[in-house]
Write a protein that binds this ligand. Structure first.
Ligand SMILES: *Cc1c(COP(=O)(O)O)cnc(C)c1O
Length: 352
């Protein structure tokens, strides 16, 4: 039992991960240059490696997933155009309306299934006719793994059910692949296979891959050249950024396979939660490193606060509580968290 005097078990997000000592060493020893001149060897290596691993021609290092999705959207969509997104997309809900604010791009939310995949027929119906009064549909966006969809990992055929619709209208597809390597490890296929149906993608280095900063946008050389201009417009040009990018290179070489441990821990968490009363619907099956529950006897915020008092941190909102496993959380932590959750849930059941 965590008494509150020990370090809390932090299941809020995989963004809380700390860089491993060897990653810090790689950063300290990174070769550097001026990246605005294209001369930072560490950034160039990261961009090339990211492109290779996602099966795209070129990569672009950016400060965050939000910046990656923004510059990709700006590269695909002109002002006054419209981008189709699933109604539970991170881009729609968690990225401060960046494309609307910066790019004058309107997001059109369409129905998605419980795992977050936009319904192909809803995408088809949302594509605008070309008559003069309509905004031009410029892009379709999908997410893999899907955050609000419980960390759902979509196979290439599942993704194609949506991207085929886009393609039939000549529309580019951007994949928010913040956790694409979680999807690849969960499905046992290369990330490149999962990214293949999309024209571009963003993935995060600062989540399960444990880097302090950074994401990479990948796509064709022509697209990346446009995205690079957009990155400069939003102030994202970097100089000796290789000191950060070196962490990304190290992560892509050493931190991808270990995501399987996070998935095993998340499954352990999901299985444990399934036998606890009062936690409501629990993500089932657990596909990657996330588990959601929906407390019945108190609000998600009250549940989160009760856990926090007992040394377990998690995220809550919209009636659900989210628990994320990551580097720095092991099976013992999961068991300890389950004990705490059970005591909170039991207390609530007996009080209610
Ligand atoms: C975290 C996340 C992002 C944004 O990444 P930041 O680096 O936090 O800006 C985008 N999409 C999804 C699905 C995410 O989970």
């Amino acid at each position: 039992m965590n008494t509150g005097t020990t370090k809390p078990i932090d299941l809020r997000s995989d963004t809380v991960t700390q860089p491993p000592p060897e990653m810090r060493r790689a950063m300290a020893e990174a070769e550097l240059g001026d990246d605005v001149y294209g001369e930072d060897p560490s950034i160039n290596r990261l961009e090339a490696l990211a492109a290779e691993m996602t099966g795209k021609e070129a990569g672009l290092y950016v400060s965050s997933g939000t910046m990656g999705n923004l510059v990709a959207g700006l590269a695909w969509c002109e002002r006054g155009s419209e981008a189709i997104v699933g109604d539970s997309a991170h881009l729609l809900i968690n990225e401060v309306a960046s494309l609307a604010f910066v790019g004058g791009v309107q997001l059109r939310a369409v129905a998605s299934d419980a795992r977050g995949l936009p319904r192909p027929e809803a995408v088809e119906a949302a594509v605008r006719p070309t008559a003069g009064m309509f905004p031009r549909t410029a892009m379709v966006e999908i997410e893999n793994t899907h955050n609000r969809g419980g960390g759902a990992a979509f196979s290439a055929p599942e993704t194609r059910s949506v991207t085929d619709v886009a393609r039939s209208h000549g529309l580019p597809v951007h994949m928010d692949g913040a956790r694409i390597f979680n999807a690849a490890i969960a499905l046992g296929v290369p990330a490149a296979d999962l990214a293949a149906p999309a024209d571009s993608l963003t993935f995060c280095l600062s989540k399960g891959l444990s880097c302090p900063v950074g994401s990479v946008v990948c796509g064709s050389a022509e697209f990346i050249a446009k995205a690079r201009r957009m990155r400069k417009i939003v102030g994202g040009g970097m100089r000796q950024g290789g000191v950060l990018a070196a962490a990304g290179v190290w992560a892509l070489e050493h931190m991808v396979e270990r995501l399987a441990e996070d998935h095993a821990n998340a499954r352990r968490l999901g299985e444990g939660l399934a036998s606890i009363q009062g936690v409501g619907d629990v993500t089932d099956p657990v596909e990657t490193n996330m588990v959601y529950l929906s407390p019945r006897t108190m609000s998600a915020e009250e549940f989160v606060a009760a856990l926090r008092e007992r040394g377990v941190l998690c995220g809550g909102g919209y009636g659900r509580v989210r628990l994320v496993t990551h580097y720095g959380v092991n099976a013992e932590d999961v068991d300890e968290a389950l004990d705490v959750i059970e005591s909170v849930a039991r207390g609530a059941v007996s009080a209610g």
